[in-house]
Design a binder for this molecule. Sequence first.
Ligand SMILES: Cc1cc2nc3c(=O)[nH]c(=O)nc-3n(C[C@H](O)[C@H](O)[C@H](O)COP(=O)(O)OP(=O)(O)OC[C@H]3O[C@@H](n4cnc5c(N)ncnc54)[C@H](O)[C@@H]3O)c2cc1C
Length: 380
Amino acid sequence: MTAYDVIVLGLGGMGSAAAYQLAARGLRVLGLEQFSPAHDRGSSHGQSRIIREAYFEHPAYVPFVQRAYQLWRELEQRTGTDLLHITGGLMIGRRDTELVAGAMQSAQMHDLAHEILDAAELRARYPLFQPDEDEIAVFERRAGYLMPEACVSAHIAAAQNAGAELHFEEPVVDWSADSGSVTVTTERGRYHSSALVITAGPWAGQIVPELATQLQVERIPVFWFRPDAPAPFASDRFPIYIWEQPNGRAFYGFPQIGDSVKVAQHYGSLMTTPATIDRTVHADEVEAMRAVLQRYLPALNGALAATSTCMYTNSPDLHFIIDRHPAHSHVVIAAGFSGHGFKFSSAVGELLSEMVLDPAARPPIDLFRWDRLLTTPEHS
Ligand SMILES: Cc1cc2nc3c(=O)[nH]c(=O)nc-3n(C[C@H](O)[C@H](O)[C@H](O)COP(=O)(O)OP(=O)(O)OC[C@H]3O[C@@H](n4cnc5c(N)ncnc54)[C@H](O)[C@@H]3O)c2cc1C
């Protein structure tokens, strides 16, 4: 019977990073993944992921994303890969939207270089965008995108190089913990370890029943169009952007990568489960996306090149859960990344490894504590 220091359950965005960080610290690591390396059935696929520093969701994320930037650059050096591309980024909408007001607040609180562009300035600098007169943009130079499949593959390779044993196509069917040890059962065997890290993405509610009522899995359709005039979408001219429309919905996109340009809506889609998700993107969904583009970004008008579906795992307040299991302090959980976690995965892996190594360590950011969701709010 082999005993490990730690088992990592799920080797997607977060788990691959955790396996690397734990192995790099000299621990005996077993990683278990139900699918193949960097697969497309969870949350960490689809060519590109936005990374940005003026974090509209909450200023507490800013130091965490700054650490993630450093770790992505270190991973690029270690693995000789190209993972992070800086394009600049625009958060567009009315001044009082959560997106614009939140980005401005984070930029000001953390003294981040940024510019505020009014509608005329936005059109002058980036003529493809068609804002309303009362819309503005927060521009940050350091924003850009990550290549998620390459990031996951790099973390997997780095973990294996550091001595981690990673098993693919091996679903975990059960786990149990008693004081100081953990037993994990898969379709192929049973493994023992001193600690367990659960990074199961949209499957987290199945693996940790206490999370099932708190997490909702959302099906997100993704679209790639081939613009009739592609040159202005080149990544040295066109930034990443998120745009909150007056109806409160938001869409986002990227410059051209390969031969097409990716866009998607942020939230507002159908709830699903990993077992039942409809993987087909339907014609009415393509038309709805085209209607938004026609209004705000009409140059992105060409043929549909590809579609995909991906899952968000939403917590009630859309903030992450990175904490210890309430009943088992040697079981550490990272879940509920609510559609904005990928950029942090390098730093989440580091944080998880620190929590495994130091049994007293709590998440440094209170926002991520699980117990915030367990207290019932008073209604008067
Ligand atoms: C369309 C879309 C766009 C996004 N855009 C952005 C963006 O621009 N920027 C950003 O920062 N974030 C973005 N996100 C969010 C980000 O991608 C996710 O927060 C992140 O990928 C979550 O990583 P994860 O490791 O939690 O999940 P996953 O990567 O899905 O990993 C979970 C892994 O656990 C495995 N697993 C589950 N159950 C078992 C089991 N029983 N046995 C073995 N293995 C198991 C799964 O197979 C999977 O590999 C986006 C997400 C989507 C869907």
